[in-house]
Write a protein that binds this ligand. Structure first.
Ligand SMILES: Cc1cc2nc3c(=O)[nH]c(=O)nc-3n(C[C@H](O)[C@H](O)[C@H](O)COP(=O)(O)O)c2cc1C
Length: 210
């Protein structure tokens, strides 16, 4: 009889341990959502901030085309933006502008920029936009790049607008100026594609994992 009651007490203790173990497991599951659930919540909270404040769109524009592309990129990635402007006001006449651009290229000029340039410390991704002038980037882009001693740890994503030249011969020039930067393949929008730019911009961003 004594043996039987001892066995029953033992069995009771074992059952109690089992109940505590199962309840404990359930509680842990409820307070620790899976990794997938956590990521989904963060993404939802930042629908327009996939780059988490680490991207900036820096661009130069003369007639507004590059600015239109810059704004589309900015909207898609939730980046900050900065427009580069020269101290000298460029002529609105195409022929006169052509002369100025040619003279700047020939003399390898570094036209002065107006205002304070952004501090790039907090940015990892720099979307850099400009119109193609005489198959190259405007020389003011070189002024901008030469302002910073190093682009170590920065990724530059160039984008251009042009009549038809695409990126032209601008990329080797940029690579020479932006010391230690990592470059991603550029995006070229021609003036005739400008109205339908959203899709190519989105596709380019997707290829670059944005
Ligand atoms: C001085 C100058 C030179 C240009 N050179 C070229 C060129 O070599 N190839 C080309 O396809 N388009 C050329 N274009 C056209 C511009 O690249 C194009 O219109 C661009 O979209 C203008 O951009 P923006 O409105 O941002 O200034 C040139 C325009 C100007 C004003």
């Amino acid at each position: 009889m004594r043996k039987l009651s001892l066995s029953l007490i033992g069995l009771g203790i074992l059952m109690l341990i089992a109940v505590i173990w199962v309840t404990g497991r359930k509680a842990v599951k409820q307070t620790n959502p899976t990794k997938q659930q956590t990521v989904a919540t963060i993404t939802k909270k930042r629908p327009n901030q996939p780059t988490n404040g680490k991207a900036i769109v820096i661009y130069m524009t003369h007639t507004g085309n590059t600015e239109a592309v810059a704004k589309t990129i900015q909207q898609q990635v939730g980046a900050d933006s900065f427009r580069l402007q020269t101290k000298e006001t460029y002529p609105t006449s195409y022929q006169k502008m052509l002369k100025v651009a040619r003279a700047e290229q020939t003399s390898d000029a570094r036209p002065e920029l107006s205002g304070r340039l952004p501090d790039l410390k907090k940015y990892t991704y720099i979307f850099l936009g400009y119109p193609i002038w005489l198959n190259k980037n405007p020389m003011a882009i070189n002024t901008f790049l030469s302002h910073y001693s190093s682009f170590k740890g920065k990724t530059i994503l160039p984008f251009t607008t042009s009549g038809s030249s695409g990126l032209g011969a601008s990329i080797p020039e940029l690579k020479q100026q932006a010391k230690h930067a990592t470059f991603r393949p550029g995006l070229a929008i021609t003036d005739s594609q400008l109205a339908d730019r959203t899709q190519p911009v989105k596709a380019w961003l997707k290829r670059n994992k944005f």
